[in-house]
Design a protein around this ligand. Structure first.
Ligand code: GLN
Length: 227
């Protein structure tokens, strides 16, 4: 059974929904996927539709065909990993990620990493190691504004910091080249990283109304360069 709404939807405000007449029509053949096994995939879909990008839910290897990129949502990384194994997705996702953009948010970032210091299925695509639940329990979830200079790529005139929502979040402990740090908390701890077309954030941009991170991911996926 597929649950359409993520558990976060209960606790968090829903992302701003545009009225249907204001949602831009998808452009060209460009489409991205959202891994829809568990977690906040619906919220990512809403953001992508708001930007005007065609989006497909991915549950089977064939669902990856023709996609320019994939978002792996937050949720529970052990569950997402186990379901990916059950659905025969582990190797297809690794193959996809070698040549296509993938963005992991929170549990998705853990799934992208090469080490989470626990026995659980990981894609191992990014040269990052993570510490799960680094900020403590669910009640220790928090929100904070952080500077993310890389977002200037897609929003050159926007000086705002990014409002980052952390829900039982991991920390990115180590970032090894070719991976690079994209954002840190004020105390220096790493919360976002990039490795070529791969992106990892410990927080949840899909739970805000700010589309800059989604547009940054779409830029990594080639959005706009073909037109
Ligand atoms: N605590 C979860 C994990 O370790 C991640 C939480 C989230 O995705 N918001 O998988």
């Amino acid at each position: 059974m597929v649950v359409r709404r993520s558990p976060f939807a209960i606790a968090m405000p829903a992302p701003n929904l545009l009225p249907p007449e204001k949602v831009p029509a998808p452009r060209g053949n460009f489409a991205v996927g959202v891994l829809a096994l568990q977690g906040s995939f619906w919220e990512h879909e809403v953001m992508l539709r708001k930007i005007g990008v065609a989006v497909r839910e991915v549950r089977r290897p064939a669902d990856l065909d023709g996609l320019a990129g994939l978002i792996i949502p937050g949720g529970e990384s052990t569950t997402i990993g186990k379901l990916a194994v059950d659905f025969g997705l582990l190797e297809p996702l690794r193959t996809f990620g070698r040549t296509h953009a993938i963005w992991g948010t929170c549990a998705g970032a853990i799934f992208l990493s090469k080490d989470a210091r626990r026995e659980q299925p990981l894609l191992g695509l990014m040269e990052i190691t993570v510490e799960r639940n680094a900020f403590g329990r669910q009640v220790a979830s928090f929100e904070v504004d952080i500077p993310v200079p890389a977002l200037k790529t897609v929003a050159p005139d926007d000086e705002r910091p990014f409002h980052a929502v952390f829900i039982r979040a991991p920390l990115i402990e180590t970032v090894t080249p070719p991976a690079e740090v994209l954002a840190r908390l004020e105390d220096g701890r790493i919360v976002a990283a990039r490795q070529g077309h791969l992106l990892a954030t410990a927080f949840h941009p899909e739970l805000t109304a700010d589309t800059r991170f989604h547009r940054y991911f779409l830029h990594l996926a080639g959005w706009g360069t073909d037109r």
